[in-house]
Design a protein around this ligand. Structure first.
Ligand code: SF4
Ligand code: SF4
Length: 432
């Protein structure tokens, strides 16, 4: 272990993760039970606590040639997998999954089992085993309560699966995804937890050659809940096959203890499970473009402009007359604000305190965010978690923003505009 890696793993050198015990050494190869690859990053569903952050990702079609290249490169480096798991997002959103599957099998230099996992959203549209997937070793339907509901209930869902099973009984199975871990990233390390993580068995590969220890790591940049502390360390969970000076062999890296980054992620065994809940969105997004929803802007906002609305002055208040309802045991309502601060050499950073009038709840944003990767498109999403009991204790729920240093473009020497601007708001997403 070189000095750099030794430093990275210094906290946990004494405690190898259990997951490594599941790896085998055979004929000179490190054999790992499964490799996850993503045929599509996006999904039909919006499950809260999705480990691949699919609800927050843009549509992306996996490049099969990239996967073939890097699976074979891993084999050349002494690493192979029993099963290649073709996942997403939702893999059936790939425009030609059958072709993807066929080419992957033909292109790999060794034989592995292939398993596609789907949420089955397409079950009602297809009477037969999906054409072209004959070469697949199996499909597992993860049963999500939302998909079951959309397809007409559990009995109908099961009957649709049974119909497919009649043609290929050995190749189709189901598992239940009714409960999700309520996991988070943290700003402070969580030392002292048992250093094992079942997700760490799910080595994942991108089509551009990054190997990750788990599915959470590559998706973390898309998570609106990611913290700076985790992002600062996420490269500890990533191995770039093309990088010449990686400092450690791939097989040794895969066997090494989980890195310090894991102390900032709670997606491990002790995190509680809750029933699946979807991210519920009021009006999909609540846009403030072209004057939309201007009735929610109670005070402290300039007249709306086509792309959104500015706060003006030290305080601004937004009112939410309608909050999402749903079957949830989430402790929080989550607000995602697509906002851009007015910054200049005069005011290079601003603090915004957020309060709910009539309650003691308070939060704070630093603008720009301390974790600049937290982008959604070109816009930064600023997050607020409001405990449900607080949100329900006032009606309508209002958020009051106190901006520490609003200043004008005139003051900044940028334009004659003398309005003391705070941040520019495009839309808000409210999730339960
Ligand atoms: S169905 Fe699976 S991939 Fe899609 S959002 Fe839900 S957990 Fe994520
Ligand atoms: S603790 Fe989090 S980051 Fe670490 S391996 Fe598990 S899921 Fe990945």
């Amino acid at each position: 272990m070189n000095e750099m890696i030794g430093h990275k793993f210094k906290s946990y050198d004494h405690r190898p993760p259990k997951s490594v015990e599941k790896f085998r050494d055979e004929s000179g190869y490190l054999v790992i039970p499964s490799l996850q690859i993503y045929a599509a990053d996006h999904c039909t569903q919006r499950c809260q606590f999705c480990t691949t952050s699919s609800p927050h990702r843009r549509a992306h079609q996996g490049d099969v040639d990239g996967f073939i290249k890097y699976i074979n490169r891993m084999y050349d480096q002494g690493v192979k997998f029993d099963t290649i798991n073709i996942l997403g997002g939702e893999p059936f959103l790939h425009k030609n999954l059958a072709d993807f599957n066929r080419r992957l099998r033909a292109g790999m230099t060794y034989r592995a089992r292939f398993l596609i996992t789907s949420n089955g959203f397409w079950l009602g549209e297809m009477d037969e085993y999906p054409s072209g997937l004959e070469a697949g070793d199996g499909i597992t339907f993860s049963r999500y309560s939302d998909v079951i509901h959309d397809l007409g209930g559990l009995d109908r869902y099961n009957s649709l699966v049974e119909k497919l099973k009649r043609t290929r009984p050995e190749e189709i199975s189901t598992n239940d995804a009714f409960h999700f871990r309520e996991w988070h990233f943290t700003e402070e390390p969580r030392f002292g937890y048992p250093l094992d993580c079942e997700l760490a068995d799910n080595v994942s590969l991108t089509d551009t050659g990054e190997v990750h220890r788990c599915c959470v790591a590559p998706a973390s940049r898309f998570s609106p809940r990611v913290t700076k502390a985790f992002l600062d360390r996420v490269d500890e969970l990533e191995y770039r096959i093309d990088r010449e000076e990686q400092g450690i062999e791939l097989r040794d890296w895969l066997k090494s203890p989980l890195p310090d980054a894991c102390a900032y992620c709670t997606a491990h065994a002790e995190t509680p499970y809750y029933p699946l809940r979807s991210l519920s969105v009021i009006g999909d997004q609540i846009p403030f473009t072209d004057g939309q929803n201007k009735d929610m802007l109670v005070s402290g906002f300039a007249p709306p402009e086509a792309p959104g609305v500015w706060t003006v002055g030290p305080e601004a208040v937004i009112s939410f007359p309608k909050l999402p309802q749903g079957r949830t045991r989430s402790p929080n309502l989550t607000f995602l604000f697509a906002a851009t601060p007015h910054l200049s050499p005069v005011v290079p950073e601003m603090n915004v305190t957020i309060e709910i009038p009539g309650t003691t709840w308070k939060d704070r944003w630093v603008m720009p965010p301390r974790h600049p990767q937290q982008f959604f498109g070109n816009t930064t999403l600023y997050t607020l978690f409001v405990p449900n009991e607080i949100a329900q204790s006032v009606s309508p729920l209002q958020l009051k923003f106190s901006i520490d240093r609003p200043h004008s473009p005139l003051e900044a020497g940028a334009s004659p505009d003398s309005r003391p601007l705070g941040f520019f708001l495009q839309y808000v997403i409210v999730e339960i």
